[in-house]
Design a protein around this ligand. Structure first.
Ligand SMILES: Nc1ncnc2c1ncn2[C@@H]1O[C@H](COP(=O)(O)OP(=O)(O)OP(=O)(O)O)[C@@H](O)[C@H]1O
Ligand SMILES: [Mg+2]
Length: 360
């Protein structure tokens, strides 16, 4: 069992200094637009992933006009109490410690406190390009398997070097194939590893997504998903040889796991081309709940579930199905934001779930 019992924010986004205590189950976070609901969820997310869910640049997380932020979080994992401190100084080094022991590599922290966030812009996972689906796979797999994250970092590093080399070939008007082959060798190992892991992962993920979608949307809608990768059919070595000329002409790498995707059909049509907004949102939840379920199986306890503005776009039926699962079937800690306290409390009452509400 994992839960966050307290978080203290100092100069984090719109919080000058604030402290919140949470119960072990369901917490509603209410307040008008711009009060800091999403920012509070993001602070929790930050403590789990050492980065913001939203801001790419850490400077954006610092309260405007200040020179750094500090987050302190108290987690309970089974019987252990754990304290996480993260200090970030503008222009300085980021510090991260667990129980007062500093981390050397932040990547070592990933997976310690697994969490799943669902936010409105996540609809890009369904509607956006394939890089969104790859990032999704990477986020889940990295939390389950530290080796995966290492291989991914390695792969991306070599891929970058390979792309620079291809550019250099074009600029200098000459090629150095043996040098390219050295990089190919370095790409094959982590690339094949990642492909194997994604393949196994999607084999367990896909039936879960289809099942959750059916639960939320009702049985009359059927979706089907498929993991697509150039490496499904062909070995990586062969693939690289095959696209070498193309790589040279286009000055970038055209083969590899950086081209993977998860395809989705609604009936026999491409989901993202035809699905309605509510259907997209239902699929988003199905994917995230499947992620949640797999992380739970992998860790042996439920991850934290962070739900930002879930009440948009879903009809009452779908909303009820979703909250029923989130609050009743799931036994982990859940945070749900909403601008309407009444609506949130009514939903919790209807479900008969124990809850706490924080009003910002
Ligand atoms: N680094 C920062 N320093 C100061 N204020 C910030 C910083 N980053 C964001 N804010 C402000 O924090 C406020 C709260 O944002 P947040 O997204 O958490 O609101 P919210 O309660 O989720 O609102 P909504 O209901 O509209 O989603 C916003 O007014 C935003 O401008
Ligand atoms: Mg918000």
């Amino acid at each position: 069992m994992l839960s966050l019992s307290r978080i203290i924010l100092t100069q984090f986004k719109n919080y000058e200094h604030a402290s919140f205590d949470f119960g072990e189950r369901v917490t509603g976070i209410c307040g008008l637009n711009g009060r800091g609901k999403t920012n509070l969820l993001d602070a929790i997310y930050y403590c789990c992933f050492t980065r913001s869910y939203f801001a790419k640049n850490d400077g954006l997380n610092v309260l405007f006009g200040h020179d750094g932020f500090r987050l302190e979080a108290f987690f309970r994992k089974n019987t252990d109490l754990m304290k996480l401190v993260c200090i970030n100084r503008v222009g300085g080094k980021k510090e991260l410690s667990l129980n007062d022991v500093a981390y050397e590599k932040f990547s070592a922290h990933i997976g310690q406190f697994p969490a799943v966030m669902v936010a409105p812009d996540d609809i890009e996972l369904i509607a956006g390009g394939s890089e969104e689906r790859r990032r999704f796979m990477d986020t889940v797999l990295s939390q389950m398997d530290a080796e995966y994250l290492q291989k991914l970092i390695e792969y991306n590093k070599v891929l970058q070097q390979r792309n620079s080399l291809l550019k250099r070939f074009a600029e200098q008007g000459k090629t150095d194939w043996p040098l390219l082959e050295v990089l190919d060798e370095q790409l094959i190992q982590p690339g094949s590893f990642i492909h194997q892991r994604r393949k196994a992962f999607t084999e367990s993920l896909i039936p879960l997504v289809e099942q959750f979608y059916g639960q939320i949307a009702g049985k009359q809608e059927t979706i089907s998903l498929q993991y697509s990768s150039q490496l499904n059919e062909t070995g990586f070595y062969e693939l690289l040889n095959h696209v070498r000329q193309k790589d040279f002409l286009l000055q970038r790498s055209n083969a590899g796991i950086h081209k993977d995707d998860i395809g989705v059909l609604l009936g026999d049509q491409v989901f993202r081309s035809i699905a309605s907004q509510g259907q997209r949102k239902s699929l988003l939840f199905a994917l995230k709940l499947a992620e949640f379920e797999l992380l739970k199986q992998n860790k042996g306890y439920a991850p934290l579930l962070l739900l930002d503005d879930v009440f948009e776009k879903l009809d009452d039926n779908r909303m009820h199905q979703l909250l029923y699962w989130v609050c009743r079937e799931n036994s982990g800690q859940v945070f749900i934001t909403d601008t309407h306290r009444d609506r949130l409390e009514e939903a919790f009452e209807k479900l008969g779930t124990a809850y706490q509400v924080i009003e910002l």
